[in-house]
Write a protein that binds this ligand. Structure first.
Ligand SMILES: Cc1cc2nc3c(=O)[nH]c(=O)nc-3n(C[C@H](O)[C@H](O)[C@H](O)COP(=O)(O)OP(=O)(O)OC[C@H]3O[C@@H](n4cnc5c(N)ncnc54)[C@H](O)[C@@H]3O)c2cc1C
Length: 386
């Protein structure tokens, strides 16, 4: 089997391995030192943004034609994974830059791509993705935000909820109803700018985890934007939003892998240091078996995620199944692994003096956003492999 094209695609290349080394060194030196503080103070990880921008790692997925690094889906996964290993909140910078901008990359006009991707690639602007609303979460097509045509303009009104990096991002991909009769086929996508008149933000949500990543409502109050800010044709916004998620659920899987790896690495070190009954607790088979299970689940999740990333790169016919499966499996694994890491640290694991409780709180979100894991199972069931 070795050397067959499929097998190669599941493996990382030398370039991918070098990228991992680079990101790991940067994350440990410039992001990890602030991770606990960012969580404790629920503040935006500015140091992480600066470090990622200085190393051109804030949006590696942007194609070279628009000034980006043109990194493939697996390279993007590796960047997110390594940042999440030390700080899940910070990993939402590259992850949501991809989520917010992918509708433009997949369906936008050349002019839109030129205008909005170059500042993203240069680190001058971040991109957010506005699909969810107060009454439209899992049933995103039930959204109420309206866009009404007025000559050469569209006028947007509505409330988007749970928007990651809202207030920090310059650009927002906003899905809005342009024809209420047609439900999902009457939804269109637009680029809205933070500086557009009528755009404002709610107070940051007070969350269980990823506290350093701002999550806010976005209010659209008679926001008048030029018609050429529509992404793709009228009525294609929902399809673009779903196509985007096929690719970006893999980045949430990457985040889950990173969080789980961080917890496993910490627990592995701890069990060598902590002594009970006159020896390191890592000498007990009961502890070794837990670590073995954690590593096994993590590696299975990683293989599925990398396979999904290869499918994202090739836009394979079974990408929808694989994207949902990777996100669902890796996030469930991360939840189990981070809980086990707390268990291995005993009472100490339950305190904020150690990072594993933060990692457990951060892992929980990966089971919820970009579609809950029940929704992933619906998506998988509708797209079972042939
Ligand atoms: C921190 C955070 C960041 C987020 N960032 C973004 C963002 O940047 N952009 C964005 O657009 N959205 C974002 N979201 C929104 C997120 O995607 C939604 O919260 C998620 O899709 C679930 O929607 P909901 O919260 O309304 O839950 P609901 O849809 O109300 O679901 C509640 C429960 O019912 C279950 N359920 C619903 N329907 C079914 C069904 N048919 N079958 C079985 N079970 C079902 C769900 O699985 C869940 O357990 C974010 C959310 C959070 C918490």
């Amino acid at each position: 089997m070795a050397g067959s094209p499929d097998f190669d695609l599941y493996r990382t290349s030398e370039e991918h391995d070098m990228l991992r080394e680079t990101v790991r060194a940067l994350a440990e030196a410039k992001i990890a030192p602030y991770a606990a503080e960012v969580d404790e103070q629920a503040r935006f990880p500015r140091e992480a943004l600066d470090a990622l921008v200085a190393a051109d790692l804030q949006a590696v997925h942007v194609p070279e034609a628009f000034g980006g690094a043109g990194a493939d889906a697996l390279a993007t996964v590796i960047v997110i994974e390594e940042v999440a290993r030390v700080c899940a909140s910070s990993s939402l910078i590259p992850a949501v830059n991809k989520l917010g901008s992918l509708p433009v990359i997949l369906s936008g006009s050349e002019d839109l791509k030129k205008k909005y991707l170059a500042p993203l690639a240069k680190g001058e602007a971040m991109f957010s993705y506005c699909l969810s609303e107060p009454d439209a979460g899992s049933d995103a097509a039930g959204m109420k935000t309206r866009a009404v045509r007025d000559g050469d303009y569209w006028v947007l009104n509505g409330v988007k909820r749970w928007i990651t990096n809202a207030g920090e991002s310059e650009y927002y991909t906003v899905m809005a109803v342009t024809d209420p009769e047609k439900r999902s086929k009457g939804i269109s996508a637009f680029v809205v700018e933070k500086s557009d008149e009528g755009v404002s933000f709610g107070a940051p949500e007070k969350k269980l985890g990823i506290k350093g990543s701002p999550t806010r409502e976005v209010y659209l109050d008679n926001v008048r934007i030029p018609a050429d800010r529509m992404i793709g044709a009228e009525g294609t916004g929902f399809a673009t939003a779903m196509k985007t998620l096929d690719h970006t659920r893999i980045t949430i899987a990457a985040q889950a892998l990173g969080i789980a790896q961080g917890a496993l690495d910490y627990a592995k070190g701890y069990v060598q240091e902590r002594k009970q009954f006159g020896k390191p607790i890592g000498d007990f088979q009961g502890v070794q078996f837990m670590l073995a299970d954690m590593a096994m689940k993590l590696e299975a999740a990683r293989q599925l995620t990398y396979a999904a990333a290869a499918k994202s790169e090739r836009v394979d016919a079974d990408l929808t199944f694989f994207g949902a499966a990777a996100k669902c499996y890796a996030s469930d694994a991360a939840m189990e692994i981070t809980l086990d890491a707390i268990q291995l640290l005993g009472g100490y694991g339950y305190t904020r003096d150690y990072p594993v409780e933060r990692m457990m709180r951060d892992a929980k979100i990966t089971q919820l956003y970009e579609g809950t894991n029940q929704i992933q199972r619906i998506v998988m069931a509708r797209n079972l492999p042939k």
